[in-house]
Design a binder for this molecule. Sequence first.
Ligand SMILES: C[S@@+](CC[C@H](N)C(=O)[O-])C[C@H]1O[C@@H](n2cnc3c(N)ncnc32)[C@H](O)[C@@H]1O
Length: 384
Amino acid sequence: MVTPLDREVAARIHRHGPISCAPVIDLALYDEDHGFYGSGAGGAGRRGDFLTSPEVGPLFGAVVARALDTWWDELGRPDPFTVIEAAAGRGMLARTVLLAEPRCAPALTYLLVERSSALRAEHGVHLPVTDPSLAFPPRAGDDDDEDAAGEGAAGTGPRVVSLAELPAFAVVGVVLANELLDNLAFGLVERGRDGWLEVRLSLTGDDLPLVETLVPARQSDAALADRLAPDAGPGARIPLQRAAADWLGEALARVERGRVVVIDYASTAPELAARPWVQWVRTYREHTPGAAPWEELGSQDITCEVDQTQLSLVREPDTVFDQAAFLEAHGLAELVAEGRRLWSERAHIGDLQALRARSRVAESKALVDPAGLGGFRVLQWVVG
Ligand SMILES: C[S@@+](CC[C@H](N)C(=O)[O-])C[C@H]1O[C@@H](n2cnc3c(N)ncnc32)[C@H](O)[C@@H]1O
């Protein structure tokens, strides 16, 4: 199947010659008309293309709600306490966090940041999304505005806002990103006998399908690759994740006091270099592996394991847990035990509360599975 984005990339190659992987991936995922996320065609969920932790069920959000309370306490219970959830998708994590009624809720301003306008449009369906101008309390020096003061006043949370990008100002609170960085566009380089080569995409003769072609890497890319994987042998590949590193820099700048929390599947650059690249660049469609990444652009997710080494060049994380350990540290076992107890009390009623309680056991298994979501890494950077 040839897609409109395959044709668009072919046209660009006709005009400019072989093209780097990053702009092709960005187009495939985020083009507003035909991109996998940009058009709203693809996404996480049981009826979607793959299952992320928030989509497994409400348990993940319930544990995150507890983590938020812990971090709120550590910060001295500020009001507002702002949570910026980057890559909010359809808003499932926000919904399940709020469903769990965290103690910090009255102080909470929850910003869902989602690049895809099609997915953003779904935020208001299940969440009480409010106008950004009403959610932020006036700061010293702002003109008095009674409405703004009312909505944003202390103790009136949770206030929920939907945005396309990170806000322009810094907050006291948390920037949280679950499975964002693996979906940001990346370049690919391969170690040649005499130095690093960039993987570009070209045409077969004059036409599709796209094929890879290797060109000498730019000096800055070669220097970065040497730094990341100095021992890589001929044929080894690594991703260059500049968009992920830039995002981390921006996220850190948005936190006045608090933390940045990134949850994703991650490895180090030397680990990636030692494995075939097709293991760490993957495609998904309707819960099954998709076609090769350069085929049927826009019809499938393209995702790349996150290179922790490149994030560490921005700033070394303060803590790195695997997801299972992170969830345990924030009360997973207690929530599952509570679920078991509720189920035994209410099984004969069989109401929604009883069924939710029962499903916690199965959800927990999926969230801590070391071969799956439990093996994800939770990287945290503490600010202030
Ligand atoms: C794999 S999905 C994860 C969704 C959700 N966090 C979850 O765990 O179910 C990645 C999401 O990141 C969004 N995204 C990509 N780049 C973004 C950016 N710079 N800012 C905000 N969202 C972004 C995509 O549109 C997509 O909805």
